[in-house]
Design a protein around this ligand. Sequence first.
Ligand SMILES: [Zn+2]
Length: 186
Amino acid sequence: MNTKFKRVFAVSLIFFLFSFSTAFAYLLKPYGWPKTSGQTYTVKVKYSTSDANYKTAWSTAVNDWNNKQSKIRFDLSELYTSSANSVGTMINSDTSIYGETTNTLTSDSSQITSFVARLNTANSEIAGNATVRRSTSNHELGHALALADNNVSVIFLAIMNQLRDRTTTYTPQTDDVNGVNAKYPF
Ligand SMILES: [Zn+2]
């Protein structure tokens, strides 16, 4: 390779890697909600906690996601006592765990039929910091939308980034919304 070509190649490579790491950083699970083209898909969700602080964390995160995209809408209500979808709390002795989401799938693993999301009350930051609760609730709802963890770096802005500062990144970011919009074409 001559020097000029090497330089052009290097610059092109940097641009390629930069665009790859910024525009397509989100990671998607190989399944999703059975959304119909042209329609918002509504997921009815019940509370599995009666604690006001945790209910606020989940209802705030539901609003955060609903305000950022219109593909999948979470409808969280006291009325849906029999819904299979639920948000609440758990006690996990591994206090490094903030939350957890389990998606139940169809037998062919192509679609989500329901989800269960929990905040770990044994984690001291979850127990003591409303912003961390909101951040984690939004992260777990991201899993319920079929987004995967996306740990690019400490400074990468994404709610699905487990390395994020939960006190400053607590709502879905552009990369997260791009992931949902890529997952569920309108
Ligand atoms: Zn996660």
